[in-house]
Design a protein around this ligand. Sequence first.
Ligand code: ATP
Ligand code: MG
Length: 440
Amino acid sequence: MTKHPKYGSKEPRIIPRAKHNVTRAEFSRSALKVLYRLHEAGYQAFLVGGCVRDAMLELHPKDFDVATDATPEEVRALFGNCRLIGRRFRLAHVRFGREIIEVATFRAAAIGEHDDHHSDEEGRIIRDNVYGTIDEDVWRRDFTCNALYYNIADFSIWDYTGGFEDIKAKRIVLIGDPGKRMREDPVRMLRAIRFAAKLGFEIDDAVIGAIDRHAGLLPNVPAARLFEEFLKLFQAGKAERTFDLLRDHGLFREMFPATDEELGKDAGFMRFTRAALRNTDRRIRQGKSVTPMFLLGVFLWQPIRKLAAIRRSGEKMSESQSLALAAYEIVAGQQRRISIPKRFTVPMREMLSLQPRFEFKRGKRAMKLLDHRRFRAAYDFMVLLADVGLASKETAGFWTDVQTQSAAERAKSFEIGQPRGTGQRRRPRRRRRRKPARKP
Ligand code: ATP
Ligand code: MG
């Protein structure tokens, strides 16, 4: 029987424990428990993918994927805390408190996934799910750095694709024919960028070539999956680097067409976007929370602002109203590429339409902005605009100061309860034409 000779060697290179740096201390106790129990029951049990790669790089992996020759049902029989998920490909989730260890049975590439696939006498077809052996499982993985298997039986690493050397050389290399693998699943283009940014790896020329040729396939990916990828791309602490790589290779344009167009036209918007990306990275470094709606708001700000100006011209509506209206339209267009859940679009729209209200600094209504549930995000957004010269520094300073003032100081700042004519601009008084006195 021949096995994808095109994709590499059939026999793994086995790197014994003494020849690699992967220690069990890099793996969670739960992951080790799962491995040991499978092993004791007589099954093969490996850690695979990102966790082996990250352990080699001493990056303290947080999620663990186990690969085994036990079927999902056999896995479930071993663990009380186990649930089977997935219709097409059944996976076992073994739960330990909040941690979930994903256990997958070795699979051969689905029929049709590689046109040189020979269906295998060991592989069983269950729905369209083909169970296989480890030396089949490896070829459906994306990059060589994601295709190392750590064997709990003797702590060795099994390498079929050259991933061990590629990690040491910091290279992102696709398994198999790059063009074909990108066409099979265009998300792999984003994954190449993500790993390059996260790990500081160089992307192999053949992979770059395939991305440059196939970037236009990205819109074929379901919008919900692209949202998941968007989160991973921009919330991993390397958002700015990721942004540059995505733009360099024509992928950002496919994800955020309206944003990309404005970035090309407007240096100020580019400065603002970069400031936001750096800010996101800094917050993650400091262990602070980040919400995707903030960055989405930044990306869509310029398209929304421009459309708002158009919608407002000749209409009787406030700037805030026009921003809210334009946000609906722009977000609807964006959803065709990346489906953003309502729990992010609603606060995002609020954050953006509050922007004009920072200009009003007098009176009770102006002060009430401090109590708005979206004040914090809107304020951060405005400060960032001010940082890059797109909002008034004085306004930003005002709203920074009033947050820490006492009630009395604050009332003074907003000129509440003060006599008129103390220097502040008066609202022009509406003149009412007096009716001519009627003659009796
Ligand atoms: P991280 O967890 O840091 O995002 P990872 O490499 O663990 O990185 P996962 O999405 O958790 O990525 O996937 C686990 C493994 O499954 C990968 O290492 C890879 O071997 C395989 N894999 C995931 N997505 C794909 C894909 N789109 N095509 C081929 N193989 C994939
Ligand atoms: Mg992972």
